[in-house]
Write a protein of this length. Structure first.
Length: 54
């Protein structure tokens, strides 16, 4: 089942949204975006807590 995360769901004023069948891929993409666009480091667990079914 696909999962998704958006910055808006995390309370950010950002249109970034990502969806993937792979949780590991989703975690990697969100962590990269958070670091490079928002200068925030997130743990894998932080990202997994924000995942929603797509």
């Amino acid at each position: 089942m696909a999962k998704q995360i958006s910055c808006q769901d995390a309370g950010m004023d950002c249109a970034f949204m990502v969806r993937s069948e792979s949780e590991d891929e989703l975690v990697a993409m969100v962590k990269d975006h958070a670091e490079h666009q928002h200068h925030v480091e997130m743990s894998d667990d932080d990202v997994r807590e924000l995942m929603k079914a797509a």
